[in-house]
Design a protein around this ligand. Sequence first.
Ligand code: NAP
Length: 483
Amino acid sequence: MSKPQTYANYINGEWVASSKTFENRNPANTDEIVGLFSSGAAADVTAAADAAQAAFGGWAATTAPARGKFLFTVADLLERKLDQLAAEMTREEGKTLPEAKGETMRTINIFRYFGGEGSRMPGMLVPSERDRVFMFSIRKPLGVVGLVTPWNFPSAIPAWKLAPALVAGNTVVLKPASAAPLSAWRIVEACHEAGIPKGVVNFVAGSGGELGDALVNAKPLKAISFTGSCAVGNWLHEQASRRRLRIQLEMGGKNPTIVLADADLPSAIANSVNAAMFSTGQKCTATSRVIVEDGIYDKFLQGLVEQTKALKVGNGLEPGVHIGPAIDKAQLETNARYVEIGKKEGAKLECGGTVLTAGAYGKGYFFEPTVFSGVDAGMTIAQEEVFGPVLAVMRARDFEHAIEIANGVDFGLSASIQTSNVSRVFEYVQKIEAGLLTVNLPSAGVEYQLPFGGTKGSSFGPKEQGPVALEFYTDYKTVYLKY
Ligand code: NAP
C-alpha cells in the first residue's frame, strides 16, 4: 500500500508541518488512511492569529469587488477538481458519492455567491431630517475571526463561514474537524493557489480540546463562528463572553416531520426516509422524529418500514449504496446505545438497530437504518440528538397535538410538514419553533441563498448564509455629512 500523503497546516501563506501528525481514516474501510494531518499546537494557533492580524489592514483596504474576485477564482479552482474532491470527501466522511458531489458543488456555489456580494456589500442610505445633511452607514470588517467546523459537512460549512468572512474584509483562522479535515484543507489550498495574500487565510488542524483554548484566547481575535455540538458550543460561548468576543453558534437538533392525515402518502414516506436516513442521519437538519396523525399512522408506518428496509448500506463510493458508515467508532456506539435506551423505555423496534459486521462491513462503522414506533414524547429517543439513522415515530391525535409534540424539545433547528391543507401550512409556519421550515419536502436539504440557522438550544447569534451572513462578519459605521 502506498504511503499516505501528509497535509501541513497553513500559516502566514506557508505550509507549516508539525512533528506530530494525526490520521484521517476512511470510516467505510478503516484500513485506509486518507491522509496524515499536522497536529497543530497552541503556538500554531497563536502564530496563525498573529499572521491574520498582520494581514488584516491590507486585506480590509482591498476593495470588496477585488476581494470577491479572489472568491470567484477559488470557485473555479475547486470546480476543476470536482470529481476528485467529491471522492475524497466520501473517503474521509463516508457520505455517498452523489451526496459528496452535491456538497462540493454547493461549496463552489457559495464562493460564487459571496464573490458577488463583494460588488454589493450593502450599507444603508436614508434621507436626513436636516437640510443639506447626507447620512449613510457603511459596513466595516471586524478583524481576525476564528472559524471552528464539524465533520458532517466538511466542505460546505467551512465554505459558508470562510466566504462571507473574507469578502467582508476579515482575516481568518480556520480549525477544521479532526475526523474530516481534508475537504477544508482543499479549500485552503485553492485560496493559496488563487493568490489570496499571505496571512489572510490560516488553517490549523488538531484536537479541538487542545486548540480551542488557544483560539478563544488569541489576542487579536474579534469573533468566533462555530458549528458543532451543544457541549462545545456552550463552552466556547462562555469563554468568548468573558472577552466580549462576537460569537455565532450552530449546534444540534431534534428535528420533527409532521405527517397529517391528508398528506400525499408516498411522498410523505419518501421525504421522511430521505430526511432521516440519508447521509447516515448525520445532518444537523435530519429528521429524527416523525409525528403522524392518527388517521394515517398505521399505513404510514408500514410504508416507512418497508422503504427503510430496502435501503442499501455500504461504502459510499459504490454505485447503488444509499447509506454510508457512521463517522467513527464513538458515533457507532452512540447509535447502538440509543437503540438500547429506546427498547428499555418501551418503544417498539420496527427494523434495524444493529451494528453490521459481516464481510466488508467489518472494516467500517456500519449501522442498520433503524425505526422505532410507539415513541412517547418523554422518551430519551424523542428528546436527545442521536446524530445517526435512528428514527422515532410518534402518534398525534390531531394537528395541534402534533405541533405540541414537535415543540416539546430543547432544540429548534429544522422542521417539516407533509400536508395538502394550505391553512395548516400557514398555521405551522406561525407555530412551529424552528429556524428552517419545509413543506412537502424533507426537513434536510437547504440552499445557500437564504438565512440558515435555528432557534432555542440549537443556535445563538446572527444567522449564516444568504445576504444576512454579512451581519455577523461586519460592523456598521454611520456617517452624518453636512454639505
Ligand atoms: P463537535 O465535537 O462539537 O466538534 C465541532 C468542532 O469543534 C470540531 O472542529 C472540534 O474539533 C471542535 N472542538 C472540540 N472541542 C473544542 C473546544 N474545546 N474548543 C474549540 N473547538 C473544539 O461536533 P461534531 O461532532 O464535529 O459535529 C456534530 C454536531 O454538530 C452535531 O451535534 C450536529 O447537530 C452539529 N451540527 C450543527 C449544524 C448546524 O448548522 N446547526 C451543522 C452541522 C453539524 P475536533 O474535531 O478536533 O474535536
